[in-house]
Write a protein that binds this ligand. Structure first.
Ligand code: AMP
Ligand code: ZN
Length: 111
């Protein structure tokens, strides 16, 4: 997936402000933050959208969900946070590698 922006970040070809990484996922700062805290969590395997998840991704997506609250706390978001997954063009998705937005802190826009 050499033309995928997020695969290129995972490969180290494009720089990012990486906050967490393990064998399954990577978390980095959104380049155009919409709130004081705006992170993106991505799987290391290329999955286009939420709609492309398969049964074989069951453990991976559960792993990501369970990591989010932990990550939010580490960012000081002890009062709550917002998660967003834009899916497909109709859902406002711009980068077609599944990612979960984690937003919080001051300047959180209205929904
Ligand atoms: P979405 O509309 O859900 O596909 O969101 C894509 C997000 O990726 C947007 O919030 C962008 O600001 C963010 N983004 C685009 N390019 C980069 C990059 N090089 N590094 C970090 N975040 C990026
Ligand atoms: Zn990708």
């Amino acid at each position: 997936m050499s033309d995928c922006l997020f695969c290129n970040i995972i490969a180290g070809n494009i720089p990012a402000d990486i906050l967490y990484e393990d064998d399954k996922i990577m978390v980095f700062k959104d380049i155009y933050p919409k709130a004081d805290v705006h992170l993106l969590m991505i799987p290391k395997v290329h999955i286009e959208t939420l709609a492309h998840l398969e049964q074989s991704h069951h453990d991976l997506i559960a792993y990501m969900m369970l990591k989010l609250p932990q990550l939010a706390l580490e960012q000081g978001l002890d009062n709550g946070f917002r998660t967003i997954i834009n899916t497909g063009k109709g859902g406002g998705q711009e980068v077609f590698h599944l990612h979960i937005h984690l937003l919080g802190g001051k300047n959180l826009p209205g929904f």
